[in-house]
Ligand binder design. Sequence first.
Ligand code: GLP
Length: 241
Amino acid sequence: MNIIEVANYEEMSKASADFILKKIKGSEKVTLGLATGGTPLGTYQELVKDYKKNETSYSHVHTYNLDEYVGLTPDDPESYHAYMCEHLFHPVNMPLEQTNIPNGAAPELLQECLRYDMLIESIGGVDLQLLGIGENGHIGFNEPGTLFSTSTHVVDLTLSTLEANAKYFKDPSKQPTQAITMGIATILKSKEILLLASGERKQEALFHLLRGEVTESVPASALNMHDSVTVIADSQALKLV
Ligand code: GLP
């Protein structure tokens, strides 16, 4: 695993945007797995800055998001669809037909999981998967205890995840308790993985990822089974390592 230590969130965001831009600019066609949450926001802001300055084309980029809340329609302002449109897709003029996010409002959720998994299977895994990490070591919404062999599935969110993400919901009673997420096996199909972490609250999760054993009780530890993972993290997050 390649570990890049940076000073703070801003430096992490710049380094990660540079990493992604190299992929975008260096290939004729590229598939990106994208993440949401607070961690990649700065990265997306850097990509937008670059777009405004250099008019970088996204016409050859296809994207596949990790997860979506169950019960939120794509136009719900608190959905990950809305997050992606606001923070990346619209500002960089990404052709929306080239973007993919699980549909959390699909009438048949199991069928939706299968459809999404087959989509990723059909491209042989994404070229580069961007990941954050939950305080309990989750990736995507794969909570502790998830089998490493899981494909895209519906998950009941743990109390720890619900509490950590409550800040993103104006009305706490409307916070979904389930999500559709790419499984660990789906994530491991990616050709390359970039995981970002910043701040004190990620210290334990990062310690387990980098120094702990590979165990299903820490979903991120599965990344040790992949041969092309880069972690960009700030000194605060790496303090225990
Ligand atoms: C959510 C997302 C994850 C993300 C995690 C951490 O659970 N599904 O993809 O990595 O939150 O969020 P944050 O970056 O806000 O700390």
